[in-house]
Design a protein. Structure first.
Length: 61
């Protein structure tokens, strides 16, 4: 049971990290780079951050 809770916790941490990285990317894109704010841009930022986390997690280095 503790392994299941650890796995759930790890997945929640990854989702939270993707949310934080996505928020930073969104703020950079809408602030200094002056892109229009939209829900689509926010979702794309979150997905990009999640993809980055997966790439870092599975890198062979």
């Amino acid at each position: 049971m503790s392994h299941l809770l650890a796995e759930i916790g790890l997945r929640l941490v990854k989702a939270g990290a993707a949310g934080v990285l996505g928020l930073i990317l969104y703020l950079v894109l809408t602030g200094p780079l002056a892109n229009a704010e939209s829900v689509e841009l926010a979702l794309l930022c979150w997905l990009s951050a999640a993809a980055f986390i997966v790439l870092v997690e599975t890198s062979p280095i």
